[in-house]
Design a protein around this ligand. Structure first.
Ligand code: PXP
Length: 260
């Protein structure tokens, strides 16, 4: 029997990280989203952080207005974000833990410890027709609590596994992998749709794609970094061509001076 399709959600946060380094308009995360969709992405993911370090409110509004595929709005469970999400009405919201001092989303949500706080967010978003997912570690207690909270989707945090693979720590990578395999199965058997993401690259994405329980991968940082290398040569060629055109154009004073 063929496996069910595996969706790719492309996270465009780090296009905005680059844009914000110069505070201007380029590179534009919405343009990146359109390129990703053109190339086969099934959806676009963006994380509006409390400190707006990459995606900003206007980016989220433009993504919702300008892309033709589902928007997955990642956010912390705060009243401010809930208000923005309800106004934006994305296809999905992925609730993530957030700490200001972290470089990225370092761990999963503690659904067990915070079930009372999370429950109203899940129900208010669900009531508004938004599909809620909880970003959690592949831990049985967290998975069972996610099902109890009636979140339709979980996203398994793959960061620890990916780090172990990249660092060549074979034993740790294997135990993290087994945790993911068991977690994906448990979640499916509890009726949850299972997504996964964080730190995935070509190698780890290929491996996790073999798990039929997983319906969607959300990938950002590696893709944006890799795009520099696959795209930089082409971009330098286009710049070279623009400069050559300018230098050789008939009205160019430099050209006329060299003729005189
Ligand atoms: N999924 C979630 C819930 C995330 O928070 C992130 C990081 O923003 C990702 C997926 C994508 O991770 P990465 O950028 O490492 O591919």
């Amino acid at each position: 029997m063929p496996h069910p399709p595996l969706r790719l959600g492309v996270n465009v946060d780090h296009v905005a990280t680059l844009r914000n380094a110069r505070t201007g308009r380029n590179p534009d995360p919405v343009r990146a989203a359109l390129v990703a969709i053109e190339a086969g992405a099934d959806g676009i993911t963006a994380h509006l952080r409390e400190d707006r370090r990459h995606i900003r409110d206007q980016d989220m509004a433009r993504l919702k207005a300008e892309i033709s595929k589902p928007l997955n709005f990642e956010m912390a469970a705060t009243e401010e974000m809930l208000h923005i999400a309800l106004a934006t009405k994305p296809h999905a919201v992925c609730l993530v833990p957030e700490r200001r001092e972290e470089l990225t989303t370092e761990g999963g949500l503690d659904a067990v410890g915070q079930h009372n706080a999370l429950a109203p967010f899940i129900s208010r978003l669900s009531d508004a027709g938004v599909r809620v997912s909880l970003f959690i570690a592949a831990d049985p207690a967290q998975i069972e609590m996610s099902a109890k909270l009636r979140a339709p989707v979980i996203e398994i945090h793959t960061g620890a596994w990916c780090d172990a693979v990249v660092d060549g720590q074979a034993a740790r990578a294997e135990s993290e992998w087994q945790r993911i395999v068991a977690g994906a199965r448990l979640a499916r058997s509890a009726g949850l749709e299972v997504h996964a993401g964080h730190g995935l690259d070509y190698v780890t994405a290929e491996k996790i794609a073999s798990l039929p329980e997983i319906a969607e991968l959300n990938i950002g940082y590696y893709l944006i970094g890799e795009a520099l290398f696959t795209g930089l040569g082409e971009t330098v060629r286009a710049m070279r061509a623009a400069m050559d055109r300018g230098r050789n154009s008939p009205g160019n004073p430099a050209r006329q001076a060299s003729r005189a």
